[in-house]
Design a protein around this ligand. Sequence first.
Ligand code: NAP
Length: 234
Amino acid sequence: MSKQTIALVTGANKGIGYEIAAGLGMTVGVGARDPRRGEEAAAKLRAAGVDAFFVPLDVTDDESVAAAAKVFEERFGRLDVLVNNAAIAGGWPDAPSTATPEGIRAVVETNVIGVVRVTNAMLPLLNRSARPRIVNLSSHVASLTLQSAQDLGGVSGTYSPSKTFLNAITVQYAKELENIKVNGACPGYVATDLNGFQGTDTPADGARIAIRLATLPDDGPTGGLFDHSGPVPW
Ligand code: NAP
C-alpha cells in the first residue's frame, strides 16, 4: 500500500473546492464535471507543487461516479479522504412560497443525493484506509438554530434546507460508520461564483475548516458541524 495520503475533492475546479485541494497536502483527485475546467485546475495545482490529477466527476450521474471510484481503485486501491464539496445554490434569496418542485429537485439532487451517491461509491475504498475521513461542505445557513435566531441573509426555500438535509445525513453516516470520521464544515461567507462573489472571505479562508476536518487526528470528533471557531449548532 502506498504511503501517500489519497484524497478526492468534488467540485474542485474552482472556489473553495480548489483551495481545499491546494491546501490538503495530499495526493488529490480534482473532481470536476467539465473536462476542460478540471484539467486546467489540476494543471494549475501541479504548477503550484500539488500532487494533483483530474478526475471526471458529475455528482448527479451514477456512471460518472462509478467511473471515478474505478480511477481510485485502479490507481491506489483505496481512498483516505473524501471531501464532498460540489454544490449549487439554485438562486438566492428564494422564498419557499415561490420555490418550484423542479428547482428543489435539482438542488437536492446535487447537494444531498450527490453526496450520498459519491460517498457510497467511495466507501469500499475508504474502508481500506488506515485513517479515513469524510468532510461534507455545509453552511451556517443550514443551522436551524441559527436560522431561528438571526437573519442569515434572507429567506432560502431551497439551498438552506438542502444543506440542513445534508447535515442530517452527515450525522447518520457518522453513527453508521464507526471507523470513519464524518463531519460537516461551514466555510463562512466566501467570495465565489455560488454567491456572485458577494462573500467577504477568500476561498483559501473558506477552505481552512474543511482541511482541518480532513486531517483530524484519531481522537478527533465525528458527527459534528464546525467552522473556523469551533462547533456550530445544528
Ligand atoms: P462554486 O465556486 O460555485 O463551486 C462549486 C463547485 O461545485 C464547482 O466546481 C462546480 O463545478 C461544482 N459542481 C456543481 N455541480 C456539480 C456536479 N453536478 N458535479 C460535480 N461538480 C459540480 O461554490 P463554492 O462557494 O466554492 O462552494 C463550495 C462548497 O461550499 C459548496 O458545498 C457550498 O454550498 C459551500 N458553501 C459555500 C459558501 C460561500 O459563501 N461560498 C458558504 C457556505 C457553504 P462547475 O464549475 O462545473 O460549475
